[in-house]
Design a binder for this molecule. Structure first.
Ligand code: SF4
Ligand code: SF4
Length: 299
């Protein structure tokens, strides 16, 4: 797989690295976390998102579907994915934003052009581009063509990664161009990692260790605080112990945001985790206690 789909290019972002940034969301991830905040980024292929609030109930999509996969009576997601060819004819027929295409392909040159458009903002604010997703490291062939173009123009490049990547390709084609890495650590225990993300964490922990040992750039571990899943005392203590053993004493804690679940439902995904409240200040404080002596970065 070489040419990735892009879900979104978010400009003027202030939370994904220093300064003003353009965040590129790559589609496709090797993990499938049950709480994924960007559920449209898990599947690398084209998807159709349904927005009932924008639907006019005109029936044009249902009429146009060549396979009969779309039935507006079927809610919360009207498409039978087993019969959908992902042709997106239904999206083309939709007069509103009731149906939207998730994923668009760009050539390397097109994407570089999009990112370089904001160069003046990066220069004035100390910002740059952030590769996010999904998982940008899934596409080393694409990155090895994109990143040198951006680097040549002096662009600061941040990577947000789940850490599940092939090290030789990463170290050869991606790492040399990076200036900062946000590295997600979700579980200390491999079995829990497998249960909630679909993959064990051995590779992720090994990649993290190697990166901390060899890297010339800052690597900030980020821990998503998912109530009842990653926030257990055993898990937070386990992650804190792992970081101390690697001599890392800085961490970002990412408070849970429940908005993902509506998106997941409207992509036809089955939910196996439900939690509708945002993480409270008290919960965040309680989680922070496991990281006594760390510098805790806001996120
Ligand atoms: S993407 Fe194509 S096959 Fe799938 S529901 Fe839409 S029109 Fe039908
Ligand atoms: S075409 Fe769009 S607006 Fe019309 S029923 Fe389908 S999703 Fe709703």
């Amino acid at each position: 797989m070489t040419e990735p789909l892009i879900i979104d290019i978010k400009r003027n972002a202030l939370d994904d690295g220093p300064g003003i940034r353009t965040v590129v969301f790559f589609k496709g991830c090797p993990l499938s976390c049950v709480w994924c905040q960007n559920p449209e980024a898990i599947n690398p292929g084209l998807e159709v998102m349904y927005s009932p609030g924008d639907c006019l109930d005109c029936g044009a999509c249902q009429e146009a579907c060549p396979t009969g996969a779309l039935d507006l009576q079927r809610q919360p997601y009207p498409i039978d994915l087993a019969n959908c060819r992902h042709c997106t004819v239904c999206v083309d027929q939709c007069p509103s934003k009731g149906l939207r295409r998730m994923g668009r392909s760009y050539t390397v040159e097109e994407l570089a052009g999009e990112v370089l458009r904001d160069r003046a903002f990066y220069r004035n604010s100390g910002g740059g581009v952030t590769l996010s997703g999904g998982e940008a490291t899934l596409y080393p062939d694409f990155q090895m063509r994109l990143l040198p173009i951006l680097k040549q123009q002096g662009i600061h490049i941040t990577l947000e990664t789940c850490g599940y990547y092939s090290r030789p390709q990463f170290e050869r084609h991606i790492l040399p161009y990076l200036d900062l890495i946000f590295f997600d650590l979700k579980f200390a225990d491999a079995g829990q990692h497998q249960r909630y993300t679909g993959k064990r964490n051995d590779l992720i922990l090994a990649n993290f260790r190697q990166l901390v040992k060899l890297s010339r750039i800052p690597v900030l571990p980020r821990i998503p605080l998912i109530p009842g899943i990653t926030t257990t005392p055993e898990n937070l203590q386990g992650i804190a112990d792992f970081l101390r053993s690697e001599n890392v004493h800085e961490v970002a804690l990412l408070p849970y945001n429940p908005l993902w679940s509506e998106k997941a439902k409207h992509l036809g995904q089955a939910l196996t985790y439900r939690h509708s409240q945002w993480l409270s200040g008290e919960e965040l404080t309680a989680c922070s206690r496991y990281f006594a002596g760390f510098t805790i970065r806001p996120f």
